[in-house]
Design a protein around this ligand. Structure first.
Ligand code: ZN
Length: 663
């Protein structure tokens, strides 16, 4: 936690009310001890005018699906304030009606769905309202004597409300209780087992009150639960993490988690020492099985982590929890998938699952904070979060599920892990980029340094790797499985194209080098990943980047053509051998892809001149007269990995603009 980071010099700090709202929302969102993954919400009340010239009060509240850290003006939904306030006087209001009513109060029907806590923002009389689930505050409120602790730490500065279901119930409770609770000194509102609100007449005051109250809570946690009293992260998981046995154990676990979910999931491991220590702590079975520190975490983490690796037993227990909850649910509910999201295993440490790598990372970050909250709360007298029924109500609240749906619009490759060799540039990089765009997690191997920086995404793992060194390859695969839980598809792209040599003049060392990189390394890699491809949740795949030269060789390229022809033949044999494992093997034969590192402008010019052509003519030397780019090859590669080719194996598809020698 930092001090106030308000700066008068920031252009947003000098802007209008909504600019200031954007500014302090981002300040809050930038601190993960205050706000995690779409959690928290903020608002501002302003005077507006209707189209007929009547003045009315408006509330701008964070739109659902926006993150405070990156929110913009358009992320705030403007609503008419007075009808919103009227809603809070109702005795009851079902979710569907509430959502419809709130939607109808929007000033612009194209603005995002407003926060589920909109009515509560309306009820609070202050101009600016800030809401977070700050770690230190939920630590205090999730303890056995939480209410006493909160009173002790904050005194008369805050009003306190007991836990109520977010949305209408909470807003209604606030509307009834706050007139008695809010005094002239009140600067905040603590919601037991949930979080904290601060408010004020300016953006700065409301924001700095949040910083002040949370700092006070942090100081209280520090003094009462000194670091030395907390479980020391001295012992990690018992066994070393990167052995090949663990590689397979992680992949099997991911396969079972995906089967339970009904769709492929990413399963991420972590080396975080605190998480690892928690996973094998003697008391983990008691302290981890209560529930989340604030209600909306349940949609990411599910109510409880799985202890150990019995995914099936987790599913059975989850179904029982669902059936009990469904009986008393206010609306008809359909069961969500029964896969765990957090797994605590004494050997494998903490693993988190998500339908994408981003999702798995969000779960990891949220649960990592939960561990600290639980540990601190234990020292403060015992962790006590809301009960099973309240957790169910939030998990199966349609308005919360809508957040998940918005966050993860299913993409074709979502949940899959694709390994691309030679991923730093050219066709390999284009393939990696396409697979990332389609939702896959991508492991990119390349000999060049800086491969880790090629893409900036939690779904990207770039590893420097010498494909001709079995130890280097094995270590990279271990890392891939550690990060994402398996490997579902391999794009064999890495290869070298040596300078032209007629067979009569071939230098033996050059020949062997081409074979070793283009052929031997590929075969070694295939052998190594086979056990993982077999476990791929939606079927394993091999995609070979071959060459036009296989069908239509040219003089001077014997080593290259022979290596690609041999690799093609290996792939055809694999299509036969691995079909019983559900693994598809398909081959792409590109030609004349000039936007790669090999083709400098000088080389292109020289080759064009050799044929008496301009560079442009040279690039389009094919039947269709089109230029072929790395991206064209990548697009075909992703298509062949997708449903259109789900019943095809052993195929060879050219991407060469049409070549009469190939046809
Ligand atoms: Zn909240």
């Amino acid at each position: 936690m930092t001090d106030s980071r308000w700066s008068d010099d920031d252009p947003l700090a000098q802007g209008d009310d909504l600019d200031k709202r954007v500014y302090t929302s981002r300040l809050l969102g930038a601190d993960p001890s205050l706000v995690l993954h779409g959690g928290g919400n903020t608002s501002v009340k302003v005077e507006g005018t209707t189209v007929t010239g009547r003045s009315e009060r408006h509330l701008y509240v964070k739109g659902s699906g926006w993150d405070l850290a990156t929110i913009e003006r358009g992320g705030f939904t403007g609503m008419r304030l007075d009808p919103l306030l009227e809603l809070s006087n109702l005795e009851t209001l079902d979710d569907l009606t509430m959502a419809r009513e709130i939607a109808s109060m929007r000033l612009d029907s194209a603005s995002p769905a407003p926060s589920v806590e909109s009515i509560l923002h309306a009820v609070l009389p202050h101009r600016y309202v800030d809401h977070t689930h700050a770690d230190a505050v939920v630590t205090l409120t999730n303890t056995v004597k939480g209410i006493d602790l909160v009173r002790d730490v904050f005194g008369e500065d805050v009003a306190v409300l007991p836990y109520a279901m977010p949305g209408f119930d909470l807003a209604r409770l606030a509307a009834q209780e706050l007139p008695q609770l809010l005094g002239s000194r009140t600067i905040g509102l603590v919601l037991m087992n949930h979080g904290i609100f601060t408010f004020g007449e300016s953006a700065r005051v409301s924001y700095e009150r949040m910083i002040e109250l949370v700092s006070r809570a942090e100081a209280a946690v520090q003094t009462r639960a000194p670091r030395e009293n907390r479980s020391a992260p001295s012992s990690g998981p018992n066994a070393p993490l990167s052995t090949s046995a663990h590689r397979l154990a992680r992949a099997v676990l991911r396969s079972e988690v995906s089967a339970a979910a009904g769709f492929p999931m990413i399963l991420s491991s972590t080396r975080d020492p605190v998480a690892s220590a928690f996973a094998c702590a003697p008391d983990v079975a008691t302290v981890s099985q209560q529930g989340p520190a604030t209600p909306d975490h349940v949609i990411w983490t599910k109510p409880k982590p799985l202890l150990g690796r019995d995914v099936e037993a987790f599913g059975v227990a989850y179904r029982t929890y669902f059936e009990m909850g469904a009986q008393r649910a206010r609306t008809e509910v359909a069961i969500l998938d029964v896969a765990p999201r957090v797994i605590l295993d004494p050997e494998l440490g903490m693993l988190t699952a998500g339908s994408t790598a981003q999702g798995a990372r969000a779960v990891r970050e949220i649960y990592r904070h939960t561990i600290d909250i639980i540990r601190n709360a234990e020292v403060l007298g015992g962790y006590r979060c809301v009960g099973r029924e309240e957790q169910f109500d939030v998990e199966y609240w349609d308005l919360e599920q809508a957040k998940v749906r918005r966050a993860a619009a299913p993409r074709e490759q979502a949940g899959r892990v694709v390994l691309v060799t030679g991923a730093a540039g050219g066709i390999g990089k284009a393939c990696a980029s396409r697979f990332l765009a389609e939702g896959a997690a991508v492991v990119g191997l390349d000999i060049v340094e800086g491969i880790d920086q090629v893409f900036d995404s939690p779904a990207w793992l770039g590893l420097a790797c010498d494909l001709t060194d079995p130890h280097s390859v094995s270590a990279a695969i271990d890392e891939a499985v550690f990060a994402f839980g398996g490997i579902d598809a391999v794009v064999l792209n890495a290869g070298i194209f040596p300078s032209a040599q007629p067979v009569s003049e071939i230098i033996a060392a050059d020949w062997r080098r081409v074979m070793s990189i283009n052929l031997d390394a590929a075969v070694d890699l295939l052998r190594e990943v086979h056990p993982l491809l077999r476990l791929a949740p939606s079927g394993g795949q091999v995609l070979v980047i071959g060459s036009k030269n296989v069908a239509a060789p040219g003089p001077g390229a014997a080593a290259y053509s022979a290596s690609k022809a041999a690799l093609t033949q290996v792939a055809r044999v694999l299509a036969l051998e691995w079909a019983p494992d559900g693994i598809r093997v398909n081959i792409i034969h590109p030609d004349a892809v000039f936007d790669t590192g090999i083709w400098t402008p000088e080389l292109l010019a020289a080759r064009a001149e050799h044929y008496g052509l301009t560079v442009d003519q040279y690039k389009r030397r094919n039947l269709l007269g089109v230029e072929i780019t790395s991206n064209d090859v990548a697009r075909l590669c992703v298509t062949m990995a997708g449903p259109a080719f789900s019943k095809t194996t052993g195929s060879q598809v050219p991407v060469d603009g049409g070549n009469d020698r190939v046809i």
